[in-house]
Write a protein that binds this ligand. Structure first.
Ligand code: NAD
Length: 353
């Protein structure tokens, strides 16, 4: 099995590459532009393996993508490369439009050209998995869950760009017959997560005794999934999912943000006690503009049709994650020097610059 993964130096992509190379024994080509979010240190476990190679390239660069596909000859393409941070999309959306929309278009066209040249058996077996987010569905009230039939209603430049790319991926299946499957997943957490996102930022700030910023009143609810459970789900979806279908992925682990931060403080206080409870470091700050109130994913299609089950619940996953950060400062210290946790995503008031 030859699998091309885009964005394999990122948070979820690196978990997927480690899983495919080490657990599945697949031949993997990781294509990544190494933006601020890409980190080859996350791939030390596969570095040097005969069934793993890395290509430093941008998915918007059509000639590079065509060469990569022609030389590697993938049976599957798993597309994760994206700009992924909502706050950065609020500060400046250009990279999100370029990578998430134009990059996906470029990759779909490259895949279509490759696929159309395959013999009939290879054509029937080929799959393109477009990896997306539950944020495309917009915001829920107190009740209800996102199903695969929930209408799209994105709020942020990030989720709008992902919604756009989902529509492109589905259109390439309907119009050209390219065997595309789409997955929409809830918020991930776990090892190797860039410390701009809530959970790793909170762990590292709490360890350093720094303030723990929480947006608004901390009431926004996310449905948390351990990243390695997501990697297994993606492998299952591309293996057994039906082309043209969408599969929601979620851990059935809803938590409001302030409870996530409190849970991290409590695990840290137990395993690395400080002189005062870390909860005292919590500080409520101005809310994110357009902040969706609640996400919750109904993953029963994936569970019932493909037999997927998350292995971690939030309590076990968060403890594993905190322990991983405590044991792996070699990975995160260089990143903290580049990005120390300053506030992102407050739109500039004047459009002069
Ligand atoms: P990430 O930001 O950690 O990693 C993105 C990777 O893509 C990085 O390695 C980066 O270098 C690479 N990349 C960015 N632009 C590129 C380009 N133009 N060409 C090639 N490579 C490029 O993101 P993540 O959290 O790992 O998310 C991966 C995918 O999963 C994204 O498509 C995201 O929308 C989706 N997703 C993420 C979450 C989550 O909670 N993180 C949840 C659901 C879905």
């Amino acid at each position: 099995m030859r699998v091309m993964v885009t964005g394999g130096a990122g948070f979820i992509g690196s978990a997927l590459v480690r899983y495919l190379v080490l657990e599945r024994g697949y031949e993997v080509l990781n294509v990544d532009a190494l933006t601020y979010a890409g980190n080859l240190d996350s791939l030390r476990a596969v570095d040097g393996r005969a069934n793993y190679r890395f290509l430093h390239a941008n998915i918007c660069d059509r000639p590079s993508m065509e060469r990569a596909v022609a030389e590697f000859g993938p049976d599957r393409i798993m597309h994760l490369a994206a700009e992924s941070h909502v706050d950065r999309s609020i500060t400046g959306a250009a990279d999100f439009i370029a990578t998430n929309i134009m990059g996906t278009f470029t990759l779909l066209e490259t895949a279509r050209a490759h696929w159309s040249e395959l013999d009939e058996a290879a054509k029937a077996a080929f799959r393109f998995l477009h990896v997306s987010t539950d944020e495309v569905y917009g915001s829920l009230g107190r009740e209800g869950v996102f199903t695969e039939h929930t209408p799209y209603d994105p709020s942020s430049p990030y989720s709008a760009s992902k919604a756009s790319s989902d529509h492109l991926a589905k259109a390439w299946q309907r119009t050209y017959g390219l065997p595309v499957v789409v997955s929409n997943c809830s918020n991930n957490y776990g090892p190797y997560h860039f410390p701009e996102k809530l959970i790793p930022l909170t762990i590292l700030n709490a360890l350093a005794g720094e303030r723990l910023p929480v947006y608004g009143k901390g009431e926004n609810v996310r449905d948390w999934l351990y990243v390695e459970d997501h990697a297994c789900a993606l492998d299952l979806i591309i293996e057994r999912g039906r082309p043209g279908e969408t599969y929601n992925v979620g851990g059935r682990n809803e938590r409001c943000n302030v409870d996530v931060v409190r849970a991290i403080c409590s695990v840290l206080d137990q395993i690395a006690p400080a002189n005062r409870p870390r909860e005292e470091l919590i500080e409520f700050v101005a809310d994110r503009p357009g902040h969706d109130a609640r996400y919750a994913v109904d993953a029963s299609k994936l569970e019932n049709e493909l037999g997927w089950r998350a292995q971690e619940d939030f309590n076990s996953g968060i403890e594993k994650t905190v322990r991983w950060y405590l044991d792996n400062d070699w990975w995160w210290r260089p990143l903290r020097e580049r990005y120390s946790g300053e506030r992102l995503g407050l739109p500039k008031t004047a459009a002069k610059d």
